[in-house]
Design a protein around this ligand. Structure first.
Ligand code: BTN
Length: 254
């Protein structure tokens, strides 16, 4: 219904019960034949869910959304940084549409509510040649996690049921998230990142906050100053605003 109202072509959706990781299974589909832009796999549980930086993403049955979307990068790998920003914006905006007013983004795309993680995004890029560069955009949104998850998760987290104070219709979340994400990706393809910079900044959790950046062995202290037109993080260090790219730094609040 969401898609019909927006006049969009429906997305192809695969639904599985238990998979290793939706990112890995979607990638295996790709080996069997081409996928359509926006083709998505949703699963009820993952046995080997993956987070960023090689971490595990705890994925109990029916407690979260676990999904991965295939997206060709016609702009080639140069689009990678922007993609990360666009995906974060789309997840935050879907959460806002469904009633989470205080959703925020921690650069590039951690989705937080009151400093606690609501959703994580793992984007994997493949194909070096411009004509087959593509991304697998993996998104996990906590819906109603069991409390035992504390044992597995090493950062403060929250879920939709806690934030909204009621049971959450998962299908509505999937539909809203996929519609918002595919609209945003299409707009990014046509117009690049510039329409998204201000929209992303409306959710910026870091602005003017003291941050520590870890770059290999080097630690940099500064103040977050939003994002540049290419999606790089701007940080004021000793009076000078510098740019940092995702992948090159890891970020902590002070
Ligand atoms: C993060 O570390 O914040 C990223 C977490 C990404 C988790 C999602 S769940 C669906 C998809 N499949 C995976 O194995 N990981 C992503």
């Amino acid at each position: 219904k969401e898609f019909a109202q927006r006049g969009q072509k429906p997305l192809k959706l695969h639904v599985e019960r238990i998979v290793s990781s939706t990112n890995d299974v979607l990638r295996s589909y790709l080996k069997q034949g081409p996928l359509e832009a926006g083709e998505t796999l949703v699963a009820e549980a993952q046995t080997d869910g993956r987070g960023r930086r090689g971490k595990r993403w705890y994925s109990p049955y029916a407690s979260s959304l676990y999904l991965s979307m295939y997206w060709p990068l016609e702009q080639g790998m140069a689009a990678a940084m922007g993609l990360s920003i666009v995906a974060g914006y789309a997840v935050a905006d879907a959460a806002r549409q469904l009633g989470i007013a205080d959703v925020r983004l921690k650069w590039p795309n951690d989705v937080l509510v009151k400093g606690k993680k609501l959703s994580g995004i793992l984007i994997e890029l493949e194909g070096q040649a411009v004509d087959n560069a593509h991304a697998i955009i993996g998104i996990g949104v906590n819906i109603n996690l069991p409390t035992m998850v504390e044992e597995y998760v090493d950062q403060p987290w929250t879920d939709l049921q806690t934030e909204l104070g009621q049971r959450v219709p998962r299908n509505l979340w999937v539909a809203t998230l996929l519609a918002t994400l595919s609209d945003a990706l299409e707009e990014f393809k046509q117009q690049g990142l510039s329409p998204f910079v201000q929209r992303w900044l409306a959710y910026d959790n870091l602005h003017d906050r003291a941050v520590t950046l870890l770059m290999g062995q080097t630690t940099i202290h500064g103040y977050a100053k939003g994002i540049a037109e290419d999606g790089a993080l701007l940080v004021e260090v000793e009076g000078e605003v510098k740019r940092y790219h995702a992948g090159e730094v890891s970020l902590r609040y002070d």
